[in-house]
Each structure stands twice: as C-alpha cells, then as structure tokens.
Design a protein around this ligand. Structure first.
Ligand code: ADP
Ligand code: MG
Length: 612
C-alpha cells in the first residue's frame, strides 16, 4: 500500500540529513552565529552533546516578529534566489538547520536584536511551539538544544559513545577557532573549559592557546604566492609534534577542507625531521580564485578539487621544506674565519655528515697538543658526540643547543691557548658573580677580576641533579595529577608499555589502562612541573629500546630529560640555587651522560668569537 507520509515524518527525515549527530548541530549553530556577525561565541556541551548543547553569541540577533520564521524550513535571511547560491559568502544558506533541530529535540532560543528593548524567548519541543515570551537580555542569541533525538530512539541508538561524540565536537571547535582568529571562542565540555581563544586577530596568540603553549616556541611560518595560489600558514617545527593528525587544519578561502594530497605534501617535508608515526601541527590558509576550485557544497562535506593541483602541492612541499630547513640551520654568527681550519656551526649543520665534526676535533693545532687522557670533561669526547647523534631521547628540543655548544668548543677552546685553565676549572666561587640568564638556556656568571665568564647549561644542570637525587635515594616520589592525562597509543606502544609497566611504577608513575588503545596517567614523578599533554609519555615510550640493558635507568633519564625540557623557564633565585646545588656535586662539569654542563670562556676568546 502506498501512502503519503505525515508532515512530521517528512520533517524528521529531512532533519536527518542536516543533523545526523551532535557535532552537526554545533556546526550549524556556530555557523549561524558567525553569519550573525558575532565576535564572541560560547559553546557548551554535555554528554557528547546528546543531552545538552548551548551556543551563545553576541551577533545581531533576530527581531521578535521573525523569530518563528527562523524555525520554518527553507526560511532564511541569507539568499533571495537561486543565483545567490553562487555568490554567497555566508556559511549556511539552506534555511534548514533550525527547523531540523527543532524537529528532533527540545530547543530554547533567546534572542534580541540591537533595535529592540527586550528580547524573545521561544521554545520548541519535538517540532511543537511550547512558548514564546519577552525576556530581558543583551543583544545576541543563545540556543539550547536539549535531549537530542529524545523522540527518535532509533536515531539515538546510532550515536557513538559520549566520548566519541564529544571528540568530534572538540575537533570541530578547533576548526572554527583556528579558522576564525578574529572571533573569541569559548568552549566548555561537561562543565570544564577546554579553551578560550582571543579575538586579537593575532594568529600567534591564538595559536598558542589552541595548539598548546609550546607552539609559540616551536613554529615556523610560511607565506608565498604562486600563479594561482596565495598561501599563508604556521606549522610546528621539528621539535613539536603529535601522535595523530588531530591538529592539522587547512582552509581554502576561509573554509575548512580535508584533502589527503595536501596533507601528504606537507608531511613529506617533515620526513627525516620528526620520527615516524608522529605528525606536525599546522594551520594553512590557501587563497584561490573560486573559479579554480570545486567545493562540494553539501553542508557536512568539506571535499574540494583544485584546478592547478600540482602547482599547489609542489609549492607547498617546497616552501614547508625550505622553512624547516632554515629553522634548523640558523646562521648565528657570520663566519669569516679562515677556511679549512675550523668547522663552524653552520657548516656542521649544512652538511649532515658528522665525520667532519670528528675531523674537526683532530685538526686544530692546539687540540693536538692536549694529552687526551688529561683532557678535562669540558671537551666533549667523540663518543659523547656519537651518543648525542644516536641518542634521540636527549633531546629533540636541544639539538640546536648541543650543536651550538660544540661550536663554542670548536672555535673558542680549540683555537685558543686554553688548555691550562680548562684543566683547572677553578671552583673558587667567591670570584664568580651571577649575571643573567641567556635564551632561557644558560646561566651566566662572571669573574671580573680574571676576565672569565661561565655558562651553566640549565637543562643539563637540572637533569644532573635530579638524576643524582633519584639514584641516591632510590625511592621515587610521585605527585597526583589534577586530572588524569589520557594518552592514545598504538598497539605496539601499548605493548611496549605493558612490558615495562613495573619499571614505570618503580619510577613514580601511576598508570591504568583506560581503554583498549589508551592509558590514563594519574601520577607522575615529582620533578614534573605539570605536564599538560600526553606527548611526553609517548616520547619516553618511543625511547625505550627493547634490547637495552638497563631500561629502568633509560626511562629515568628520559623522564628527567623531558621534565627538564618542559620547565625551562627559571628566575634568578632558582638559577642560583640550581647552581649551588650543582657545585655540591662531585664533578659538576658534566651530566650523567657525559655532556658538558659548565663552560668557561675567557674574555679574549669571547671577543675573538664574536668578532672573528
Ligand atoms: P540558514 O542559516 O541557512 O539561513 P537556519 O535554519 O540555520 O538557516 O537559520 C534560519 C535563519 O535564522 C537565518 O537565516 C537567520 O536569519 C536566523 N538565525 C539563525 N541563527 C541566528 C543567530 N545566531 N543570530 C541571528 N540570526 C540567526
Ligand atoms: Mg544556518
């Protein structure tokens, strides 16, 4: 028997296309807020958006007489006719979202336009108008969506878990916030603020809120133009990455898109810069003549085709590669010294082979005169360098610094007659006066009388002390985390963890299996400042070598190294006490893996280095 469906059923079927999941509702509501000219948008969800979604904006609101119209299907203020579809700049334009949402949930809208004294409260449940009344409120609109699919249990059943639905919304909120730096987004999930972006128009400020504080210190910018494309973006450098692709955002003419060719063009540039299975974070904005792209304008799809795709892919890969290369090969001091005699920092980097470095160790005349056996620790042994080169755990973040140190040693120590005074690093402390902290990396002391400066590598000093203390006490103190850190891991990483679970426990970690592919870290060793993301843990796991002899020590070392990396900013007092603590150690010159902690440079060498 054939029969005509009821209006309500037709509404609900149509609604299914627009609002298939909580994230699609959030998307429609936020797009409406953006279209309304808001520069402050707050999104709040509970239980993955299933029980509660609220989107509040300070946009232009809806005048009372038109409020009901907004909930009528195909009612829109955004286009007049079919032709408009092609020139439209607004986000949504089919006039279906509010009607759809009202037909599958309980909706409360509060809205006031600028010209009105009072606002309007209107409420629908299961497609029926419940009430409409006047209320006092500021200009703008707030929409609450309660109990999604309450009357359509079959649809409710198809929703994923709360966690999975809320992850989709979180991801969407990042897409909005990163793509709209001129709008301040506040996002709350189950009563907890996830982020609050600024409407500063300053992409960097915004990015460090959204990509994590570390991003501010670890990003590279690209900006270029080709015949058909204009590209501007910020990407993480080789020291900051994630175990997944969740922080990769590409926009074309302001619209978020997904395109695997673009993703792989970018990721190929990172090959050899970051470990396998790790992914860069970035936002890339592409501008192109709209005639040269084909966007599928289904409301829930962001697929796109480019007319000059090769031009875009090639240029993107080249420009990201170039930026990464430059970021890793900084030219600090103009190198004017005679060729061949010394290997400079820049050359070491420009040519990856460290054979040259080893040669450089042998070459300089002064150095040859130093008896290797008597060589004080301040010289890095070849083997240490090897160790550094092979030893990825120590530390992606300090590659630059280590190489830089090497340069100091090459060019200052080796080229000057310092062998005597390096041997007798006199620890007559009274003559050294605290000066400052350089690059958050070195504490500077000066012995004015003897024209000496001393640089103390903060990170290594801290590692050394923590390492000693942990070894001495052989008892590891933990600290509770305010909320557990959930780490998503690959099956091999989980396995790697399981194998070493006891060691982690002995070292002060408390970790539970959270679900089949993630762990919940509840306690970390006391020396962590407050790790806020899970990356540190995968780094430790990645560093464990199945064949290592002393895995526990290895985990301890990389935990400490990472903890010190996470908290590199110290003030003068902390610097002083770190230094004093260090001097209490036997042999304070080197850290537990033999790397130099304290450098001494005399005035002449220093001037030569600067003015060479
Ligand atoms: P569309 O966005 O496609 O026009 P919607 O159903 O999403 O359709 O919204 C219907 C209309 O309601 C919009 O055209 C707009 O006029 C009005 N509207 C919806 N949300 C807001 C808002 N947050 N602020 C101001 N007006 C809004
Ligand atoms: Mg809309």
């Amino acid at each position: 028997m054939i029969k005509i469906l009821s209006d309500d059923t037709i509404q609900k079927i149509a609604a299914g296309e627009v609002v298939e999941k909580p994230a699609s509702i959030v998307k429609e509501l936020v797009e409406n807020s953006i279209d309304a000219g808001a520069d402050q948008i707050t999104v709040e969800i509970k239980s993955g958006g299933k029980t509660y979604i609220r989107v509040t904006d300070n946009g232009n609101g809806i005048e009372s007489p038109y409020v009901e119209l907004a909930f009528v299907r195909h009612a829109t203020s955004k286009i007049d006719n079919f032709e408009d579809l092609y020139s439209i700049h607004s986000m949504g334009f089919r006039g279906e979202a509010l009607a759809s949402i009202a037909s599958v949930s309980h909706v409360i809208m509060k809205t006031k336009s600028e010209n009105e004294e009072v606002g309007t409260h209107i409420e629908y449940d299961n497609n029926k108008l419940i009430q409409k009344k006047s209320i006092a409120m500021n200009t703008g609109t707030s929409i609450e969506v309660l109990d999604l699919f309450k009357y359509i249990p079959a649809r409710l059943k198809f929703l994923a878990s709360d966690i999975s639905e809320s992850n989709k919304i979180t991801q969407l909120m990042y897409v909005f916030a990163i793509g709209n730096p001129s709008i301040s987004f506040t996002y709350l999930k189950d009563n907890r603020e996830i982020f609050n972006s600024n409407n500063t128009k300053n992409r960097l400020d915004n990015n460090s809120v959204l990509f994590g504080k570390e991003f501010a210190d670890n990003y590279i910018d690209i900006q270029y133009e080709t015949d058909n494309y204009k590209v501007i973006g910020s990407l993480s450098n080789n020291k900051y990455y994630k175990g997944n692709r969740s922080m990769q955002f590409i926009y074309v003419n302001g619209r978020y898109i997904e395109n695997s060719e673009l993703i792989s063009a970018i990721e190929r540039a990172y090959h050899n810069y970051i470990p396998n299975g790790r992914y860069p974070l970035y936002e890339i904005n592409i501008e192109v003549d709209p005639d040269k792209i084909d966007i599928n304008i289904h409301p829930n799809k962001q697929k796109i085709k480019f007319s000059f795709e090769d031009e875009l892919l090639t240029s993107l890969n080249e420009n990201v590669s170039k930026a990464l290369y430059e970021a890793n090969h900084p030219k600090l001091v103009e190198n004017k010294i005679e060729e061949d005699k010394y290997t400079s920092f820049y050359e070491i980097n420009a040519d990856d082979s460290y054979q040259r470095v080893l040669d450089a160790y042998k070459a300089p005349v002064d150095f040859n005169q130093v008896n290797k056996k008597d060589k004080p620790d301040i010289f890095m042994e070849d083997s240490n360098f090897d160790d550094y080169a092979n030893n990825a755990d120590d530390n992606k973040n300090t590659d630059f610094i280590i190489e830089n140190n090497l340069d100091l040693e090459d060019n200052i120590k080796f080229t000057n007659d310092l062998k005597e005074d390096t041997q007798q690093l006199s620890f007559d402390e009274s003559s050294f006066e605290y000066k400052t902290i350089l690059f958050s990396t070195y504490i500077v002391y000066e012995d004015e009388k003897n024209s000496l400066i001393r640089l103390v590598d903060i990170k290594r000093a801290r590692e050394r002390i923590l390492y000693d203390l942990n070894k001495e006490k052989n008892q590891n103190i933990s600290q509770d985390l305010l909320s557990p850190i959930i780490v998503e891991l690959s099956p091999t990483e989980i396995e790697n963890y399981e194998l070493n679970r006891d060691l982690f426990e002995e070292l002060g970690y408390e970790i539970d299996l959270f679900d089949s592919n993630s762990l919940a870290i509840r306690q970390v060793p006391y020396y962590f400042d407050s790790p806020s993301d899970s990356k540190f843990f995968t780094e430790i796991l990645d560093g464990i070598d199945k064949n290592a002899i002393d895995t526990k020590n290895k985990i301890l070392r990389s935990s400490i190294a990472i903890a010190s990396k996470l908290s590199s900013h110290i003030n003068e007092d902390q610097a002083q006490s770190l230094y004093n603590e260090l001097l209490d150690r036997e042999n304070p010159h080197t850290n537990e893996s033999g790397k130099t902690i304290i450098y001494e440079i005399n005035k002449d060498s220093f001037i030569k280095f600067i003015d060479r």
